[in-house]
Design a protein around this ligand. Structure first.
Ligand code: ADP
Ligand code: ZN
Ligand code: ZN
Length: 746
């Protein structure tokens, strides 16, 4: 029972940082809780505020501190719920209450008197690069400067261009008239789906779909609130099931949140929801400004909308009577936040649902090990869709051993079998997707004479090559450092220094050389730089404006291309060698999802998986689309190695500009952990400290410690103990310590 309460008095002034401390009177001690609305004396007035933290530490002068007057009756508003959720997040993921509040509550932006204008490319990046070359040739330097910036950043503030870059307004207007750039005022995005027309017919669910819907809705109406896991093969009609469930809760006056990974949040997807539910649907995505997000959340609170679709952050939509939270592609790594608080949307959704009397529905063709493990242990209720809709067959999958291919003298990226099938599809006018599961497209730059690799001066990583010709730049993916490509090796002076390209660009060259008649599209970081680049490529391919689409994992995420009858995975094992205990899971998921892109129309599809490791279980089970077999092997490995989901893992990072200080801090922390381990009855296994996989970022050195235990709660208690140890300890004055529970990249 805490003595003091930290209170935010006026929540919507955007002053989340500013809390006031009050004493909790004896009579309220047993009832007061984080999130409650209370009445407090404020100056000479009486005001209302939210309790955001309860503590025994007095942070104000003892004799001047005022008492809370009362708990406001009926004050369980949506804000209270969200603040309580923030409290839970702080507790379970670390970080400060302020971080947590900023995550769950949208901050009202002070409206600028002037409208905000931004400049975007109106051209496809390829055309823009041609334009850039043209401008450089004609010495139109202002135009060239703007183009280079837009190719890098996709969007520029009007002020940045006109003031910092000194590009005059008339140049920008001239470029707009020539159709090279677009000038957009931000207010145009206040209703992100305003332009869509409702309509379209509703599908009649098949028996499998209907069974899933009936089970969930019947239990819902009976007042049961569970977490369901729908394991449905690719193309089994999960989205139709979601929509039916949403319709059910909407009919009872409740609201729905649908989480979809940002990359899959395309026009095509949003359109399906809009067709069914019309203007009560809205979306949010990372392209919305804080103000626009605030507007969407206001509309949700006012009852103007009742279905919100979006990535992770849509989870915090302040619906007053939330009925259901759906998480599509629940296995996606993007559901884990990479910034403090490092929350997982799945766990947080379950917590929010608990607080608001909602159900959670998770869906995937390849559930995360976490969720399937919970389903096996009856924490989640497993429901299955085993067949594709309309009896469409599953694709035919073949594994090609690339070592065998080499032995026969074929050194190409394309195996003979894949080439043969591609040839066949071109003849028939059907489409092919080629997929390389590799992060980052352009490779590193190295010297072929001495082997020197060009690294970022501030980070422990190699620079990546972007663009080509005059626009070639070397970019650090961690800190954004950009430089030009050197002509000579800085170590030995050799001129044989070049980019190692095994990425999509290289594949495009090979494919074009092999099939000169084919129309080829490429989708990667470079070609999707502009705001609509991604959508443009997808819709061009879906309109059959190309025969072959080449891309990274971007292209496998839940898109429906009925014309695709061949999918080629070029080097399936690339994702097996990343230093991450989830490497096999990632590989299995990527291959299964990639295979799922084949044959979604009426013609059955073929899948070719090329690999150097044809016997690896993640590859053989993906070939058979046998999730259970994969899961069986993988969970044994996790058990043996004490990895999640069987065990829980806490990752602790000590970061400092001073390497010695970072080390010292990490060693001291390890000492403290050892002490806690000795005092604890539960088995705790700490490992470290050691250098992080990326040992330096932006000149900051990074040391890590991993701790494994059976119970999550043990790790939470450990973290609390360490936070107390760090606080006021001089060792940590210049060292930032971060906690990450069950990290997704580790
Ligand atoms: P999933 O998300 O499981 O991969 P989708 O929901 O995208 O599958 O459905 C795949 C395709 O099948 C979509 O084009 C969808 O419109 C169609 N579809 C889904 N359910 C039915 C149904 N009951 N009858 C006819 N077509 C359906
Ligand atoms: Zn060299
Ligand atoms: Zn860097």
């Amino acid at each position: 029972m805490a003595e003091y309460a930290n209170i935010i008095v006026d929540i919507y002034q955007g002053k989340l940082d500013k809390t006031f401390q009050y004493r909790v009177p004896e009579r309220l001690k047993s009832t007061i809780a984080v999130g409650m609305l209370v009445a407090v004396p404020f100056g000479s007035r009486k005001m209302q505020g939210y309790v955001i933290e309860l503590t025994d530490v007095c942070e104000y002068e003892e004799d001047k501190i005022k008492e809370i007057l009362s708990i406001v009756k009926g004050g369980v508003l949506i804000e209270s719920q969200m603040i309580a959720l923030a409290g839970w997040m702080r507790e379970n993921y670390g970080g400060t209450m302020n971080h947590a509040l900023k995550t769950v509550l949208p901050v009202k932006e002070k409206k600028k008197a002037k409208e905000q204008k931004t400049i975007r490319l109106a051209l496809h990046p390829v055309e823009a690069k041609n334009e850039l070359a043209e401008c450089e040739r004609k010495h139109k330097t202002a135009r060239a400067k703007l183009l280079v910036a837009l190719l890098e950043q996709r969007e520029l503030e009007w002020e940045t261009a006109t003031q910092q870059m000194s590009v005059s307004a008339s140049v920008i207007r001239a470029m707009e008239e020539a159709g090279i750039v677009k000038v957009v005022s931000k207010t145009a995005y206040r209703n992100p789906v305003g332009g869509l027309d409702p309509g379209g017919e509703q599908k009649k669910l098949n028996e499998e779909q209907q069974n899933v819907v009936s089970k969930i809705t019947m239990e819902y109406d009976a007042g049961e609130r569970k977490t369901y896991l729908i394991k449905g093969v690719t193309g089994s009609g999960k989205t139709e099931v979601y929509m039916e469930l949403i319709a059910h809760v909407l009919a009872q006056g409740k609201q729905a949140i649908v989480l979809i990974p940002e990359i899959a949040l395309t026009y095509q997807t949003v359109r399906r929801f809009y067709n069914r539910f019309g203007a009560q649907v809205s979306i949010i995505n990372s392209k919305l400004s804080a103000g626009e997000r605030y507007d969407q959340f206001e509309r949700a609170k006012n009852g103007e909308i009742s279905v919100m679709i979006g990535p992770r952050s849509a989870l915090f939509t302040p619906f007053p009577a939330l009925g259901i939270i759906i998480i599509d592609e629940e296995h996606e790594a993007s559901y884990k936040s990479e910034t403090v608080p490092r929350y997982h949307a799945r766990e947080t959704a379950i917590q929010r649902a608990k607080m608001t009397d909602a159900v959670v529905v998770l869906g995937s063709a390849t559930p995360s090990l976490e969720s399937y493990y919970k389903a096996e242990n009856d924490e989640y209720c497993l429901l299955e869709l085993k067949h594709r809709v309309q009896k469409r067959p599953m694709p035919l999958c073949e594994i090609i051993d690339l070592r065998e291919e080499l032995r026969r003298g074929n050194r190409s990226i394309l195996s003979d079998r894949l080439s043969e099938l591609m040839e066949d599809r071109l003849k028939k006018g059907e489409q092919t997707m080629l997929f390389i599961n590799r992060r980052g497209m352009a490779g590193f730059v190295s010297c072929r004479a001495c082997g020197h690799v060009i690294k970022c001066p501030h980070c422990d990583v190699s620079l990546s090559q972007h663009g080509s010709g005059a626009a070639t730049r070397l970019v650090c993916h961690y800190c954004g450092y950009t430089t030009i490509q050197p002509g000579l090796c800085p170590v030995c002076g050799s001129k044989y220094i070049s980019g190692f390209k095994a990425g999509t660009q290289k594949i495009e060259q090979v494919v074009k050389a092999r099939f000169p008649q084919a129309r080829v599209l490429r989708m990667d970081m470079d070609t999707t730089r502009t705001k609509d680049g991604y959508e443009q490529i997808l819709s061009a391919f879906s309109n059959h404006e190309a025969d072959i689409l080449i891309g990274t994992q971007m292209i496998v995420k839940g898109h429906d291309f009925p014309g695709v009858t061949l999918v080629g995975v070029l080097a399936a094992d690339l994702s097996l060698y990343i230093s991450d205990y989830r490497a096999s899971e990632r590989t299995f998921q990527l291959l299964t999802q990639a295979a799922g892109r084949a044959g979604r129309g009426d013609i059955p599809g073929n899948v070719i998986i090329q690999t150097y490791d044809p016997d690896h279980y993640s590859i053989t089970t993906a070939k058979e689309q046998n999730y259970e077999a994969f899961y069986g092997q993988e969970i044994e490995y996790r058990k043996m190695m004490r990895y999640p989901p069987v065990w829980n893992m806490l990752y602790i990072l000590c970061a400092s500009k001073n390497e010695a200080e970072a080390s010292e801090a990490a060693v001291a922390l390890m000492g403290k952990i050892d002490q806690i381990v000795r005092e604890n009855s539960e088995k705790i296994f700490p490992i470290g400290p050691s250098d992080a996989p990326v040992a330096k970022i932006s000149d900051v050195y990074r040391k890590v410690i991993y701790v494994k235990t059976r119970e999550y709660q043990t790790l939470v208690i450990l973290k609390d103990g360490l936070e107390a140890f760090i606080k006021d300890n001089r060792l940590y004055q210049n060292v930032a310590v971060g906690f990450d529970f069950n990290p997704v990249n580790g």
